[in-house]
Design a protein around this ligand. Structure first.
Ligand SMILES: Nc1ncnc2c1ncn2[C@@H]1O[C@H](COP(=O)(O)OP(=O)(O)O)[C@@H](O)[C@H]1O
Ligand SMILES: [Mg+2]
Length: 450
């Protein structure tokens, strides 16, 4: 019954099953008490009908207060526990997502826009958290309260209960229809948000280029257009939600009118006490909130499912370059590099043809050639930023795939053409590259301020 895209969440839910168990208990107690409220009213009305005394008034007033007060306590606990768990899962999921992103190969980042990843890791993750917290909490409350109220209402009058729940099949159709629509529309909204994030990120990263070519106005216009599209898509969802609540409330209103009319007649004919009638209507009023919450739940649930689908797309990415062929861990690397009959192509576009080259350990080599001739590509193949054919790149006479990836890269010092600094201290920035690079310049590191 649950959408497939939520399946990756199961292990997380399982991890907090104890918390959810306590939360469920609170939900049961909260609604178990709240469902008694009209019962007290029923007693009070019928009892006071026989004659009003100060003592009776006090008793019933205190009783109602006690019911409402206890309900509030469990309401607080439910909220605290269930929303708390959703934050914990958000924490776990965000860490796992980040770890996964760190494991992905360089090529993934070449074909994916950074802003898109950022949007999924923040905005979509938030929608998933809403699903795990409020959506679960409200739907549990709605289901438990409705079930409890149904029992008591049925005990008061099976006939009235039938009429009260008459619109239920229509409600479930409405939920189905709106649910699918919300899902689709929200997916489109999030896709647009990704686009906007990517645009912003690229503009900030490329600020120098944009200024140099005086592209500010063009970029502003482009951003505004994307933003407009985003608003247009959001408004489509707003319109839909604007129709959902009135629809649900109309159903509820219909049920209330039916109950008032038919119930009133029952009382007039003496087939029902006033207390029963008032209690029944109190249940109807109490059901208003769960019905409103239902609209909420559908919305949050569908948003969460759509967003989880987008996060799953990242989680489904496999690192293209892996340790799968690595054999025993070697002690150390001497550093003879050899290219043997190396051919390399980017997505079918050949770049390097039959390169044969031996670079003995300890020697220096400069590779010279015009731009685009493949110098950078050649160097990238050594730390396996890209993978060449298995036997074509060797270190110390061994195909590089036989070395564990981390070991291989630890042993290579690499200064890329494009400089990039992390938003950290100089010391930390220098500490990032491989151990080998550090071992080359330990003096530099010791002289840096901490
Ligand atoms: N990630 C990539 N995807 C597709 N083609 C690429 C990629 N990187 C480089 N190329 C292409 O491979 C060729 C060699 O590029 P490169 O190795 O960067 O040359 P050089 O460093 O000698 O200037 C160029 O035609 C370039 O367009
Ligand atoms: Mg280059």
């Amino acid at each position: 019954m649950l959408p497939k895209s939520l399946r990756p969440l199961f292990p997380y839910l399982k991890k907090y099953r104890r918390g959810y168990a306590v939360g469920s208990l609170c939900v049961l107690l909260l609604n178990g008490i709240w469902v008694l409220f009209p019962q007290v009213i029923r007693r009070a009305v019928d009892d006071l009908h026989m004659g009003v005394t100060r003592e009776k008034l006090w008793t019933y007033a205190l009783l109602l207060l006690a019911v409402a007060g206890t309900k509030s306590i469990f309401q607080f606990l439910t909220r605290w526990i269930v929303i708390g768990i959703s934050r914990e899962i958000e924490f776990d999921l965000r860490n796992d997502l980040f770890r996964h992103l760190e494991s992905l190969s360089y090529s993934y980042y070449q074909r994916t826009r950074t802003g898109d990843i950022m949007a999924r890791a923040t905005n979509d993750l938030n929608a998933v958290r809403m699903l795990l917290g409020p959506a679960i909490m409200y739907s549990a409350n709605t289901i438990v309260f409705t079930a409890g109220a149904l029992v008591f209402m049925f005990a008061i009058s099976p006939k009235l209960t039938f009429y009260a729940f008459l619109p239920l099949p229509i409600v479930s159709i409405v939920i189905q229809y709106f649910g699918r629509q919300i899902h689709d529309r929200f997916e489109k909204i999030q896709a647009m948000f990704s686009d906007i994030s990517a645009r912003a990120q690229e503009n900030f990263s490329g600020a120098r280029v944009i200024r140099a070519y005086v592209q500010e106005d063009a970029e502003i216009a482009g951003f505004e257009k994307a933003n407009q599209e985003y608003i247009a898509r959001s408004l489509k969802l707003v319109r839909l939600m604007g129709m959902l609540w009135p629809t649900l409330e109309t159903m509820l209103g219909l049920a209330i009118v039916l109950v008032l009319w038919l119930g009133g007649r029952e009382v007039l004919h003496g087939r029902m006490t006033v207390g029963d009638f008032v209690a029944f209507n109190t249940y109807m009023v109490q059901l208003t909130w769960p019905v409103i919450a239902l609209g909420w739940v559908i919305n949050i649930f569908q948003r969460g499912t759509a967003s989880m689908g987008r996060i799953n797309e990242i989680l489904a990415e496999k690192p293209e370059i892996t340790d799968s062929e690595a054999t025993a861990t070697p002690e150390e690397i001497r550093g003879d590099i050899e290219f043997r009959g190396l051919n390399f192509a980017y997505n079918g576009t050949p770049v390097l043809h039959d390169v044969n080259l031996r670079i003995p350990a300890g020697s220096s080599l400069a590779v010279v050639g015009p731009t685009g001739s493949g110098k950078t590509t050649l160097v990238n193949l050594i730390p396996r930023i890209y993978d060449a054919a298995p036997e074509s790149v060797l270190i110390d006479g061994k195909p590089i795939r036989e070395f564990p990836l981390a070991f291989l890269r630890h042993n290579i010092g690499f200064v890329p053409q494009e400089t990039f600094l992390f938003s950290e201290t100089v010391r930390q920035n220098i500490a990032k590259p491989s151990q080998a690079f550090l071992s080359l310049c330990p003096d530099v590191l010791s002289q840096l301020p901490h």
